[in-house]
Design a protein around this ligand. Structure first.
Ligand code: HEC
Length: 108
């Protein structure tokens, strides 16, 4: 009897451990404003800055265009002279995070 309880508790614990990273990613991805905090240093709080003097401001662009550009940086099909900077960043973003970020930037 005791063994069953212990096994069940262990099973629940393992299930939680396996689930935790997924839950964290989803929560992050849903929060475009929170994710954008890591971008604001270069792109500006309101997206109006030319990042590193090279980027077109993200402010004033549509969510579709921004999402397409993030995808492009990740797969190497988009970018200018400093695209390596963004490729490194975009490759770490999930599809969901890109969508949340694009929607947030489109609201500037
Ligand atoms: C270290 C500075 C830096 C950080 C941090 C940074 N970017 Fe960039 N970003 C750039 C540079 C430089 C470019 C222009 C690269 C090129 O030459 O294509 C750029 C370009 C872009 C573009 C394309 C603009 C256009 O219209 O061509 C988007 C969209 C973008 N960044 C989104 C983001 C998002 C979202 C984040 C945060 C997850 C982020 N950036 C973080 C420097 C940065």
């Amino acid at each position: 009897m005791k063994a069953i309880v212990v096994a069940a508790a262990l099973g629940a614990l393992l299930a939680c451990t396996a689930w935790a990273p997924v839950a964290v990613r989803t929560a992050e991805a849903a929060d475009g404003a929170g994710l954008y905090a890591q971008c604001a240093g270069c792109h500006g709080e309101d997206g109006g800055k030319a990042a590193l003097g090279a980027a077109r401001p993200v402010k004033g662009q549509t969510a579709d265009a921004l999402y397409g550009k993030l995808k492009g940086y990740a797969d190497g099909s988009y970018g200018g002279s400093k695209k390596a900077v963004m490729a490194g960043i975009a490759k770490k973003l999930s599809d969901e995070a890109m969508r949340a970020l694009a929607a947030h930037m489109a609201s500037f």
